[in-house]
Design a binder for this molecule. Structure first.
Ligand code: SIN
Length: 527
């Protein structure tokens, strides 16, 4: 692999792609001219971590490589930090806390607003970095930058409005009121699938509340995080308030340094359920406040009475967003028997129009998966389903001519409950279509999983819309829409998808503690 340390334009030409299993449904060729555009502001590309307002390396001097999932080329290196480096970042956050928490909500609001403005001004460059290290098409990356920046805008508006309450006391002469105080130093651990938005969704409310943070950058996508750190610096966020720790191989060690630190009072994590369980166990010794957004296995239900085009568009948006690599992507698509054939045909036809390729290539609608482990999981779900009787309508195979991380957007029909895809989140571009007969049956099937993040259904029957929305065991329901992510909407799950809500008017609650003040002996006015 060749290290590429500048963002000078380069090109990688790929061989044409001839699909193997379903040629009739795919475009015939994927001729690739893969050009990485240069950043307008090259100083946004950092190869160091941001701690206590300074750019630093790991004390050991070790680094890890960041690779482009499309081309497998090494883009840059980042410090491979360890537990000792992490503790320095935690100390910096602790030192910054007393002054930062004393600022008024309005002062913190202005800082977040400035950071938001800088993200908007540098949106093109941030999007280029996201595409480069994550692989998603540049149009999606631009969408992510907007989504991410909007969390800063939203929480800049919440910061001055963190209200306590006054409570009528049971004891005559007493007066009770509450104050919302920052919980303290927060450890934030985020994934690679939204290199910007998952970070801003946590830092926004933390800073609004008056907390200081140590954010562990995603190992696969640390460059976007580093660019955000640079913008924090330019926005005048005081030193030590926002710190980024980078690691790839040392991620478990860094995670444990955060969860075991008595200084860190809160951990917010987005990632897999298994890692969430581990972090929760590690955090128990110091009884931290926690919020976890973990894995999903979203049911997506199409009733006979749904509008077909709306349901197909919703399924495409929900299933194939980021090539299926989001926690809220549809995973099990249940279609009622009366509409099944029409839905399957229309859905596969839409998938046929996708253009898979490098994220910068004109017209690319879907990029690569993040790494080979992701491709192997997707492939095993397809192989297992086909072995157990599913039919491939389109796709079904790797796309080696495009690169090792590419997998064809796939639609499978005749899925059954024993298949791997029915049991666990695929996190990739494979849509499995199940059929069902009754509302009661499909709700039972939809809820037959340990996780409950998002669920979707399509119907024109208003009573059914209420009934099913209430019956689904998930934290978020999309009714007649496949896209539910919005900074204004509470985001989070139930069951083993975690707890806590991000974004929205509830987001700040995860970063504050309520202090109750009871004043005695006030008594009535003596006349
Ligand atoms: C996630 O995949 O965890 C987040 C998706 C979103 O915010 O829409």
């Amino acid at each position: 692999m060749r290290p590429v340390l500048s963002l000078a334009a380069r090109s990688v030409t790929r061989a044409n792609f001839q699909p193997r299993l379903a040629p009739r449904l795919f475009s015939r060729t994927y001729a690739m001219g893969h050009t990485v555009p240069p950043l307008s502001d090259k100083s946004l590309l950092k190869t160091l971590s941001y701690v206590n307002g300074e750019w630093v390396g790991a004390a050991s001097g070790k680094t890890f490589e960041v690779t482009d999932p499309s081309s497998h080329e090494v883009i840059a290196t980042q410090p491979e930090m360890d537990a000792a480096d992490t503790r320095k970042a935690i100390d910096a956050a602790a030192a910054a806390l007393p002054a930062f928490r004393k600022l008024t909500g309005r002062e913190r609001s202005r800082m977040l607003r400035k950071w938001y403005d800088l993200m908007a001004e540098n949106a093109e460059d941030l999007a280029k970095l996201i595409t480069w290290e994550n692989g998603k098409p540049i149009a999606d990356a631009k969408g992510e930058v907007t989504y991410a920046a909007n969390f800063f805008e939203w929480f800049s508006e919440e910061a001055p409005r963190i209200y306590g309450t006054t409570i009528p006391a049971s004891v005559a002469g007493n007066r009770i009121f509450t104050i919302k105080e920052p919980v303290g130093v927060c450890g934030l651990i985020t994934p690679w699938n939204f290199p910007a938005a998952m970070i801003t969704r946590k830092i926004g409310p933390a800073l609004a509340a008056g907390c200081t943070v140590v954010a562990k950058s995603p190992g696969e996508t640390p460059l976007t995080a580093a660019a955000l750190a640079e913008l924090a610096h330019r926005a005048g966020i005081p030193k030590g308030v926002v710190n980024f720790v980078t690691a790839l191989k040392n991620t478990p060690e860094v995670g444990e340094a955060i969860t075991s630190s008595p200084i860190v009072k809160k951990v917010s994590f987005t990632g897999s359920t298994n890692v969430g369980k581990l972090l929760m166990k590690q955090s128990s010794a110091t009884l931290k406040k926690l919020s976890f957004e973990l894995g999903g296995n979203a049911p997506f239900i199409v009733f006979d009475d749904a509008d077909l085009d709306t349901a197909v568009a919703g399924a495409i948006a929900s299933k194939f967003r980021s090539s299926g690599q989001t926690c809220v992507c549809a995973n099990r698509i249940y279609v009622q028997r009366g509409i099944y054939e029409a839905f399957a045909a229309a859905f596969a036809k839409k998938v046929e129009s996708f253009k898979v390729g490098g994220g910068y290539e004109a017209g690319t609608t879907h990029g690569p998966l993040i790494h080979d482990r992701a491709v192997s999981k997707v492939e095993s779900h397809v192989t297992d389903a086909v072995k157990q009787g599913a039919t491939v309508l389109i796709g079904g195979q790797r796309l080696p001519d495009l690169g090792a991380n590419f997998f064809a957007p796939t639609v499978l029909r005749d899925m059954t409950v024993d298949m791997q895809l029915a049991q666990e989140e695929t996190f990739g571009p494979v849509a499995g279509l199940f059929s069902f007969d009754t509302e009661a049956d499909v709700v039972r099937l939809a809820n037959s999983t340990e996780v409950g993040l998002a669920g979707y259904f399509f119907s024109k029957d208003v009573q059914r819309c209420y009934r099913v929305a209430e019956a689904l065991e998930v934290g978020m329901v999309g009714v007649n829409t496949g896209l539910i992510s919005d900074p204004a909407a509470p985001f989070g799950g139930v069951k083993e998808s975690g707890f806590g809500r991000e974004g929205s008017h509830l987001g700040v609650d995860e970063y504050v503690v309520t202090k109750t003040v009871t004043m005695g002996g006030v008594g009535p006015l003596q006349t």
